[in-house]
Design a protein around this ligand. Structure first.
Ligand SMILES: Nc1nc2c(ncn2[C@@H]2O[C@H](COP(=O)(O)OP(=O)(O)OP(=O)(O)O)[C@@H](O)[C@H]2O)c(=O)[nH]1
Ligand SMILES: [Mg+2]
Length: 322
């Protein structure tokens, strides 16, 4: 039980104040008249409030901006980020802070301008390496990108650096044969470099072994490949599943950050309806996103990352009317 004291000119008025704040589920514990320093005698009552009633009332009595802040925190946007974007409004004591609807649209506009997209240049030569934890869909996404880039006249080939997982080569080779693209397995760094440097292919896609955020040994091997000193620049994209929780996304990023990541590709959009974690992750880490994948079909289930798509999916999660 939580206790609170109310003061008014008479006991009934003091009790009415308590009811106005907490409703009728309160219990009167004591009532007394007290002579105050200004010489006036007032009535002071003490009530007890059930915990759930107290918590509900605290939410209702919060300022609109606190309510909206906690709404976004609960959906995965970090406290620091939301505090920072509301700080200028609070400093100006802006009227936007008094209107839930306006405040929510303000936050959405800020999210929209903070997100960044890595532009796709389909027709340009490039070397792309996908990295990420196990099972997030790296190999499937390599196949999806091959399909996508096949629409250009560029020559393309695949390099497979996954010599760890049994059947890894066969998995990608199946797609490569289907798409009629060269596919080789490479284990040492010299062969890797010469393959890229001597290749006549404009587009080279590199698949890698899945690395848990805590497996330093496997990560060091990928780092060696990603940081080879060859003339052609290697774009490195981190692949994450949209279903991953925020702490694991953060640990994964910590692991892969030394690779100087170009963007994040999110897979398995079709397996979740909750995008707050993902959005909070992007906002806090200032990372561009490049593609969204939403299924297992390599010819259809990939699209360019889109702020609108993400925000429209997220907006449904923000119920600010209650
Ligand atoms: N629902 C859904 N499944 C996906 C998506 N992308 C990949 N998958 C599935 O996820 C599973 C793992 O995909 P892989 O491409 O083998 O994942 P990986 O990251 O290469 O895995 P490792 O090489 O073992 O680290 C397969 O069953 C894929 O069909 C997606 O966008 N949506
Ligand atoms: Mg794989």
């Amino acid at each position: 039980m939580i206790r609170e004291t109310f003061v008014a000119s008479d006991p009934k008025s003091a009790y009415d104040l308590a009811v106005a704040k907490y409703g009728r589920d309160i219990k009167l514990l004591s009532a007394k008249h007290i002579s105050y320093d200004d010489g006036v005698i007032r009535s002071e009552i003490t009530i007890s409030i059930p915990q759930d009633v107290f918590l509900n009332a605290s939410v209702i009595n919060q300022s609109i901006s606190s309510q909206i802040k906690s709404l976004f925190w609960h959906k995965g946007i970090s406290k620091d980020w939301i505090d920072d974007i509301l700080a200028p409004l609070e400093m100006m004591n802006s009227h936007i802070l008094d209107n839930k609807e306006e405040l929510v649209s303000y936050v959405f506009e800020e999210i929209d301008s903070a997100l960044s997209i890595q532009k796709e240049s389909v027709g340009e030569p490039k070397v792309i390496m996908l990295v990420g934890p196990t099972g997030v869909g790296k190999t499937t996404t390599i196949a999806k990108l091959s399909c996508r880039y096949q629409t250009t006249d560029r020559q393309m080939s695949l390099i497979n650096l996954d010599s760890y997982k049994i059947g890894a080569f066969a998995q990608l080779d199946e797609y490569a044969k289907h798409l009629n693209i060269d596919h080789i397995k490479v284990e040492d760094i010299e062969l890797f470099e010469s393959n890229i440097v001597e290749s006549n292919n404009d587009i080279i896609l590199i698949d890698t072994v899945g690395v848990s955020p805590y497996d330093t040994q496997k990560f060091m091997k990928i780092l060696q490949f990603a940081q080879t000193k060859i003339k052609r620049e290697i774009e490195v994209h981190l692949v994450l599943s949209a279903t991953t929780n925020r702490d694991d996304m953060d640990d994964t990023l910590k692991q892969f950050d030394p690779l100087d990541l170009d963007s994040v590709i999110f897979t398995k959009f079709d397996e979740t309806k909750h995008f707050g974690n993902l959005l909070g992750f992007l906002l806090s880490n200032n990372l561009p996103m490049s593609y969204f994948c939403m299924g297992q079909d390599i010819s259809t289930d990939i699209q360019l990352a889109s702020k609108e798509y993400l925000l429209e999916s997220f907006i449904g999660e923000i119920d600010y009317q209650h």
